[in-house]
Design a protein around this ligand. Sequence first.
Ligand SMILES: [Zn+2]
Ligand SMILES: [Zn+2]
Length: 402
Amino acid sequence: MAGGSDTAETVTLTCARCGKPSHLQCPKCMDLKLPREGAAFCSQDCFKASWSTHKAVHLKAKLSSIGTGNSGEHNSDFANEGWLYCLKKGQARTPKLPHFDWTGTLRPYPISSKREVPPHIDRPDWADDGIPKIEPNSDFQHVVEIKKPDQIEKMREVGRISREVLDAAARVIRPGITTDEIDRVVHEATIAAGGYPSPLNYHFFPKSCCTSVNEVICHGIPDARKLEDGDIVNVDVTVYYKGYHGDLNETYFVGEVDEESRRLVQCTYECLEKAIAMVKPGVRFRDVGEVINRHASMSGLSVVRSYCGHGIGELFHCAPNIPHYGRNKAVGVMKAGQTFTIEPMINAGVWRDRMWPDGWTAVTADGKRSAQFEHTLLVTETGVEVLTARLPTSPKVFPWLN
Ligand SMILES: [Zn+2]
Ligand SMILES: [Zn+2]
């Protein structure tokens, strides 16, 4: 896969992963004419092991070349060019939409320019260059951390702040508001609380929260589309505060929503409730998916398989990985002091997902609607504490809770 060693010069390059002398060059970096330092690898093994983080270099180069107006010439192989342009400039995507077999009626709209975070706010390590550095290399990708009382107190604090930020977003949802305006509310509420919006620039994600409308399963990018009467919209908020992340989401009704969508959203809410009710020390992570799958299939709904719940704390995403579907192979049992999310995504039609050409927006393969709810949870000695639980001040937007 790698290859294309360069014979023109005799400079000794060192492996971007292990530092040994290297003669392999990343072919994509060569295509893009990127500096050879940082693009050299001693072996296919080091190249492959680095790929998940290294590939970010390519996207970053494409984005910056587009920013300086050199987008044309050498980039004819970029099916994504129009999208990247819009991510960068916030220009109308419509005239330059790439060819894509859209699964439903939703389309991307222009994205506004990047929102600023004031310098006094503590930032995660991806805030400046888009690349998480501690997270992918941490032992807590393999071992589930048991948090100490002082860490748990920090998790409680960020959990409550994240909830307040999501509630602020919930209060402005109505027909006619754009998802970009929701993003602004999330961004400003997060900063007002002294936090950093974790999604912002995480692997280059361009906005401060995810907004997933109708057939979007998750990771929708807030944009200039106005919400329409009858839409459903999930808002997913993560806040970074005093070194810890809190993560939650809810799916809201926009105006009057049809009966089928109301049932989908309520059933998804119940799936999360049932999963939370089983959390306590000794329960197997793989049983979470059994409970969710049973409840969803009872209503003729299906469970998304490509996106899972995750450990959370000083890292945004870490072990354990918690699938929401049945017959999964997740390993391990719950122990007191662990913190993780459960966030089932439930589809009205088939479970299968597709990715928009923006590399983020996950949609249902059949274009039917999808709903999601998420909480950050703490396993206690006797059961569970919902760190992102609703507050007495939370807006009463779900009819089944009134
Ligand atoms: Zn989330
Ligand atoms: Zn999450």
